[in-house]
Design a binder for this molecule. Structure first.
Ligand code: 89V
Length: 347
């Protein structure tokens, strides 16, 4: 539904204007050909404050009202609410023929996620999940190194997001989730594992809650057997006290028959073969609006948005469609089931 009269600029509404929305909008502002025109938030004051910051005139505390008034001029909605409202907002947008971008995690249950994919397919609208971690500069560089073949056939890997960062200060709702770290961080790092090594054949998971002030688990260790035979250990924790805090970096080690690649703190990639070690750097772009405490994550919003925008513009297929991300969400829920039932889950 590209608006040719406006030079092809795609217009969108933001549904949910909490902590993450300001960064998401700043990310959109880095790209030409796309413009927000209306904001919805349950508490309208928050929507008004962000609208003022981004020069948007139309502000609503009721999503139906926004869609009734603006659906005819919108190309897509960008859903930035918490997970409990993703499916409901997706349905409302799809009913009006609007393409949907939705933050991760896609949905609270696998059935709900499947429903979102089906709803959008039936309405003939696109569904994209804003899964940005795979777009981080060091993760892209790491993938390039693996594809170059320098370490040969990969047999083993470790993908780790272990931190003691006080994540609940900025995102207090995370404290109240019955299922916390595998939905919030697992959806990212399990997606990184898929991005780097392909699809999963089976998994086994342990979880723990170390922080007594939260409801869900803040530690999860997931052992994946990839379909190509790679054994990949994905670990995540918000209870880890480290000599050097690494938040929000995902650190990765990949072992192959001819060498090892390690993605370390400060976006350093060390490639070791019998010939020695080569050191590469893959720093995120430091846009003026990013919070340095979230640098690599915030910068990747732009690359994820670009990938989706180019798909909306018909230039390419996006990587993180609803159908693709469903495979990641399948792993998230399989990990919970594995931990609950203490069993290997075959995917
Ligand atoms: O991107 C996220 O999901 C956030 C984080 C704090 C890691 O950036 O929860």
């Amino acid at each position: 539904m590209q608006d040719m009269e406006n030079g092809g600029t795609l217009k969108f509404a933001v549904l949910g204007t909490g902590f993450w929305a300001g960064y998401q909008l700043a990310g959109w502002r880095e790209l030409a050909g796309v413009k927000p025109i209306a904001f919805y938030n349950r508490s309208i004051e928050k929507a008004a404050a962000l609208a003022h910051q981004f020069g948007v005139e139309n502000v609503y505390g009721n999503v139906d009202e926004l869609l009734d008034k603006h659906a005819h001029e919108l190309d897509f909605v960008d859903i930035i609410t918490d997970v409990s409202t993703h499916a409901m907002l997706t349905e409302k947008a799809a009913e009006r023929g609007l393409d949907v971008i939705c933050q991760k995690p896609m949905a609270p249950t696998l059935e709900t996620a499947a429903g979102m994919v089906d709803t959008c397919r039936a309405a003939n609208v696109a569904l994209y999940i804003h899964e940005n971690f795979r777009f981080q500069a060091p993760i892209r560089k790491l993938k390039e190194v693996l594809l170059s073949g320098v370490i040969g056939q990969i047999f083993k890997a470790n993908v780790a997001f272990c931190s003691g960062f006080p994540v609940f200060d900025n995102q207090p709702f995370l404290k109240d989730l019955d299922e916390f770290i595998i939905t919030d961080i697992g959806s990212h790092v399990l997606d990184i594992a898929r991005f780097l090594f392909g699809e999963v054949a089976s998994l086994y998971c342990h979880t723990a809650r170390i922080n007594a002030e939260i409801k869900g688990e803040d530690v999860a260790n997931v052992l994946l057997r990839m379909r190509n035979g790679v054994s990949c250990y994905v670990e995540m924790s918000y209870a880890t006290i480290k000599e050097r805090e690494s938040f929000p970096q995902t650190l990765v080690t990949v072992e192959g028959e001819k060498g090892t690649v390690a993605l370390l703190n400060d976006y350093e990639i060390r490639v070791t073969t019998i010939a020695g070690t080569t050191i590469l750097k893959a720093e995120p772009k430091l846009y003026p609006w990013i919070d340095p405490a979230y640098a690599v994550v915030h910068a990747s919003i732009v690359d994820c948005n670009r990938d989706i925008l180019e798909s909306l513009q018909g230039k390419k297929n996006a990587e993180t469609t609803g159908t693709d991300n469903f495979e990641t969400i399948r792993l998230v829920h399989a990990a919970y089931r594995s931990a609950r039932e203490n069993m290997v889950i075959y995917i």
